[in-house]
Design a protein around this ligand. Sequence first.
Ligand code: NAI
Length: 338
Amino acid sequence: RSIRSAVTRGTSHLSRRGYGTEPVPERKVAVLGAAGGIGQPLSLLMKLNPLVSSLSLYDIAGTPGVAADVSHINTRSEVVGYQGEEQLGKALEGADVVIIPAGVPRKPGMTRDDLFNINAGIVKSLCAAIAKYCPNALVNMISNPVNSTVPIAAEVFKKAGTYDEKRLFGVTTLDVVRAKTFYAGKAKVPVAEVNVPVVGGHAGITILPLFSQATPQANLGDDEIKALTKRTQDGGTEVVEAKAGKGSATLSMAYAGALFADACLKGLNGVPDVVECSFVQSTVTELPFFASKVRLGKNGVEEVLGLGSLSDFEKQGLEGLKAELKSSIEKGIKFANQ
Ligand code: NAI
């Protein structure tokens, strides 16, 4: 205890930044699948986050090494590695945020839905453990197909009697990160100033970037907007093909996952006006889950924001994505209830 407060004091100039004299609360973050392609750089980035006091790294194999490595970094959080199912409970106990990048990634030629058979089972069992050991944690679902794994998680939590729609998030931040990068390149505006909402889901045409709402505004032509939309939707496939069988996006995903978890932690800590896009339970459309802008707060989702005004092209995209998104959601619900 005394050692820990000494460490906290030593980094207080960092961990208190932006919070006046309020101390930064203790927060435990668990990463499930921490030894994987996403899990490792994500664990690194969470170790660099001053809002984290305890970092719990879980995987079926390889976590002792990742945890030993990351733990030597001289930042605030304590790091513990947990390996194998018998240690999952300990990994989760007391977690405020659980990030899930566990499961297999795509190879060239595969859709995210091709991962369903393996990843659905992994997500189902991890969520059963979350319901048991940290039912109040905010869950950040990265494992694909997100359009189905989020509904699976919701069903598992409902069965356990722990479901709170404010605490379950499908991580679509990488779609936003890509939309911002591609837009900045085309519009020739500084990328750090760019904002683009991305709504819908997280696979192919269900990813709908709203470039008509992008800021700073630019006068891009219809063909340019179409091409930007397509590139955002196919961004994951671009990486899968470039990696030629060695997996999908890991580094940019780790960045996006760290960004979203940071937003969740800020919300929990009472920072006002934290807004990110995420795939959540929703009444924005007739579909039970939908990605849109979400205001984050002390209980997770504070408010699901509407879509705003859409261009005709975006309206078409919205109507065009609903059938696929609906069937992916239903597939997840059906699997969870088998
Ligand atoms: P990877 O194969 O490199 O790592 C996955 C890790 O999960 C491995 O270390 C494996 O041991 C672990 N794992 C498997 N079963 C587990 C279990 N039952 N409990 C805990 N850990 C388990 O894969 P990578 O590249 O890290 O991708 C992980 C997932 O993230 C994939 O499903 C991929 O499709 C998804 N993804 C999602 C994105 C998004 O935008 N939401 C973007 C990119 C990937």
